[in-house]
Design a protein around this ligand. Structure first.
Ligand SMILES: *[C@@H]1O[C@H](CO)[C@@H](O)[C@H](O)[C@H]1NC(C)=O
Ligand SMILES: *[C@@H]1O[C@H](CO)[C@@H](O)[C@H](O)[C@H]1NC(C)=O
Ligand SMILES: *[C@@H]1O[C@H](CO)[C@@H](O)[C@H](O)[C@H]1NC(C)=O
Ligand SMILES: *[C@@H]1O[C@H](CO)[C@@H](O)[C@H](O)[C@H]1NC(C)=O
Length: 440
């Protein structure tokens, strides 16, 4: 607590406006802080009651469903048809095919039911609940290999290429799909020294992962621009003058049960703790009894905090997990992100809905800024104006939330391009050197 006092005092004595100017100098001007073409209301809080959203009843100007992500033409061309539907709201020419597809989950179907059918809870769910199609049958038994239209291989559980069946000539039209929900550092759980993606030459036809350019994208969550009707409903239910800081008696929380990370995230947390109070839930902190971490039991206590440290275990492209979508957004806490680069994350999250550690020179600078926002409800509330323009959906089953893996594979079989595709070198798709970035 002793270390807390000095910076806090500094933040308190300087008037809010001056403070903003001072603090702004700690931040590299970056797209994350709201300079994008469709940036949410006024980036820098000026004098007055903060950004002025549309008057009651008046629809705010909504983000363009394609432009807001700031994708290049090339990035758009790399999306599958299903990817365009999920990330650009492009539903043109999506006609389901008139047949029933058989999808074989190779070897690990039962194990994966925990997520895909039970949503980490006790109840079974229909895998096509809230899905645009349902003309697929999921099978677990090897005997369906000859009949399957698609075979899914869960790489995390796969110990070597020898676990895969032989592809016979009559399997030519099947889609062999590799599935991973993990960053490229953790593609395989077993035998990592010999079991490498580069061994799987020319085996797979499709990719299935959180990456937006997957043939079958299964992101942990998504931000989706509101429709006019949804925006009007949001305005009608959340007053634009709402104070999002109200009732929050905690400033910064983080939860973790994996106390490691390629980005040394816990070193950063400990450093941050020298400058301000950070409450740690889960196995890596003092509060593991209050919230165990993991995917079974939610941690509603996070709702009491203004910020959540969404520190991923690796800093890799598109790897944005439940730490952001659920722990932070869902609990009404502003995510402070360590993970994907700010440059890429603007393709994924609404402007001014989050902070990113790379925008701060040091944990001390981040602490100063967090304490400033903690002291200025007006400035804090600028991180919530996106809620009148976007919604957040969670799609990976944690804490009994919806999960769409089987839905997405079925949609891909219905909608995606039917042409032949082969991943000759899958390690070029999931690549640590290219996709994961670390400072020093
Ligand atoms: C769908 O396929 C079935 C059997 O192949 C056929 O009888 C039916 O007419 C088809 N329906 C449409 C809408 O094409
Ligand atoms: C906030 O208040 C709740 C309810 O009174 C309490 O359980 C919790 O410990 C408080 N949290 C902090 C960070 O002070
Ligand atoms: C965590 O526990 C240690 C030792 O038991 C204690 O010194 C420290 O104050 C605790 N931290 C918090 C945030 O409660
Ligand atoms: C899938 O990949 C195999 C190569 O392993 C190839 O022979 C086959 O034509 C591909 N099928 C499709 C539908 O792309």
């Amino acid at each position: 607590m002793r270390q807390n006092r000095r910076p806090l005092l500094v933040a308190v004595v300087i008037s809010a406006t001056v403070c903003w100017v001072v603090l702004a100098t700690y931040i590299n001007p970056g797209p994350a802080l709201g300079s994008g073409p469709t940036a949410a209301p006024t980036a820098a809080p000026g004098p007055g009651p903060g950004p002025a959203p549309a008057a009651a009843g008046e629809a705010p100007s909504l983000p363009d469903p394609v432009a807001w992500r700031g994708f290049s033409k090339k990035e758009i061309s790399q999306l599958s048809k299903l990817g365009r539907m999920l990330f650009l709201q492009d539903t043109a020419n999506l006609t389901p095919r008139n047949k029933t597809f058989t999808v074989l989950m190779w070897k690990h179907g039962l194990y994966m039911e925990n997520r895909h059918i039970f949503h980490f809870g006790k109840e079974r769910h229909d895998p096509y609940e809230d899905c645009s199609v349902r003309n697929c049958r999921i099978e677990y038994d090897d005997k369906f290999l000859s009949k399957a239209d698609a075979v899914i291989f869960h790489l995390h559980q796969t110990k070597s290429i020898n676990e895969l069946p032989r592809r016979l000539p009559e399997h030519r039209n099947q889609r062999w799909i590799f599935l991973t929900d993990e960053s490229p550092h953790h593609t395989f759980m077993f035998d990592r020294s010999t079991n490498k993606l580069k061994n799987y030459v020319g085996v797979f036809n499709w990719s299935m992962s959180y990456r937006m350019d997957s043939d079958v994208p299964v992101p942990y969550g998504r931000a989706i621009p509101l429709t006019k009707e949804e925006a009007a409903a949001a305005l009608a239910t959340i007053p634009v003058s709402k104070n999002y800081a109200l009732g929050k008696n905690g400033t910064v929380a983080v939860m973790g049960s994996n106390c490691g990370g390629w980005n040394h995230r816990w070193d950063y947390v400990r450093e941050l703790q020298k400058h301000m109070r950070v409450d740690v839930y889960g196995g890596c902190g003092n509060n593991s009894r209050a919230c165990p971490g993991g995917f079974r039991k939610d941690c509603p206590k996070i709702k009491n905090y203004k910020f959540y440290l969404a520190f991923e275990n690796s800093n890799c492209r598109d790897y944005v997990t439940e730490k952001v979508w659920w722990n932070a957004y869902r609990n009404g806490a502003v995510p402070v992100i360590m993970g994907d680069t700010q440059e890429n994350i603007r393709h994924i999250l609404p402007r001014k809905s989050y902070l990113h550690v790379d925008d701060f020179a040091s944990p001390a600078d981040l602490a100063r800024f967090l304490m400033h926002l903690d002291n200025s409800d007006r400035d804090y509330n600028t991180y919530f104006q996106w809620k009148y323009k976007y919604k957040i959906v969670n799609e990976h089953g944690y804490f009994q939330s919806p999960v769409y893996h089987y839905c997405r594979v079925c949609e891909a079989l219905n909608y995606n391009d039917e042409s032949t595709k082969i991943y000759e070198h899958p390690e070029e798709f999931l690549n640590v050197e290219r996709d994961c970035k670390y400072t020093k």
